[in-house]
Ligand binder design. Structure first.
Ligand code: 6PG
Length: 250
């Protein structure tokens, strides 16, 4: 893994447009290569504006949408219309207004009572589009992640059993802190990606961000994101970056 890129922005709006521009650039490269562009999207509140930008008329012509396949990083075990559903957030912010063909968004059906089967079915979806060589993990071009003030990312909370998963691509994971199950792509899949972008804002995440990026020890799930053949970028706002050393701020 190369040294992480850290970019600091004045506010969420500038940060979101910059991530949208990176999405466009990566999608364009794949379109020129006549290959499919694949990305996995997180939930949470931070990426909502990004998804609105990607679904806006301004973006309709900037990306060859039929060439794009979007997956979910993780999903809460609730129905697709539940206010907690990550899919609902993405659908309302982006999919309802985007020219992305309906079949090119791959929803994690985490509300299914048989979560293991839901995880296996999502694994098949990934395999069908990404077609990794036998024995390899699928290589997404872009993974968008957030981070909580406790250093969790995707659905990996400190102490989560799923942090130890080394073989499966998708697993159900119980988040003790939330007393709830979620479905999540596993660390080997996230770490097989070509590009990982963390979007982090707010002063409540500043101390954790400093520990994650500059701390002496590995204490947080977000530090487990280390793509062997990929690049990690941190797109952060001034509030989240306020405790970083000047050299790290970018
Ligand atoms: C989710 C996410 C989760 C999120 C962080 C940050 O389903 O909630 O995938 O990992 O990215 O909790 O969330 P905020 O953007 O709301 O701070």
């Amino acid at each position: 893994m190369t040294k992480p890129e850290i970019r600091t922005f004045d506010d969420l709006e500038h940060l979101s447009w910059a991530v949208a521009a990176r999405f466009e650039e990566l999608a364009c490269i794949k379109a020129i290569e006549k290959k499919t562009f694949t990305a996995a999207l997180s939930g949470g509140s931070t990426p909502k504006l990004l998804y609105e930008i990607l679904g806006s008329p301004a973006f309709a012509g900037r990306v060859r949408w039929p060439n794009v396949h979007l997956f979910q990083v993780d999903e809460r075990c609730v129905g697709p219309d539940d206010p907690d559903s990550n899919y609902r957030l993405i659908r309302r912010a982006m999919l309802e207004s985007s020219p992305l063909p309906e079949g090119n968004f791959h929803r994690m059906a985490a509300e299914r009572p048989d979560r293991e089967q839901a995880a296996r079915d999502y694994t098949e979806d990934l395999a069908r589009i990404l077609r990794p060589a036998p024995g390899e993990f699928p290589r997404l071009e872009l993974v968008l992640l957030g981070m909580g003030p406790d250093g969790h990312t995707a659905s990996f909370f400190p102490g989560s059993a799923a942090l130890d998963e080394q073989a499966a691509w998708v697993v159900p994971n119980y988040a003790e802190k939330l007393n709830a199950f979620r479905l999540t792509l596993t660390l080997p899949v996230l770490n097989a990606a070509a590009h990982v972008i963390f979007m982090v804002t707010g002063t409540d995440k500043a101390a954790t961000l400093r520990e994650v990026l500059e701390g002496p020890a590995e204490l947080f799930p977000a530090q487990r994101i280390r793509p062997a053949r990929g690049r990690v970028s941190w797109f952060v706002d001034g509030g989240a970056a306020q405790l970083l050393s000047p050299a790290a701020r970018g």
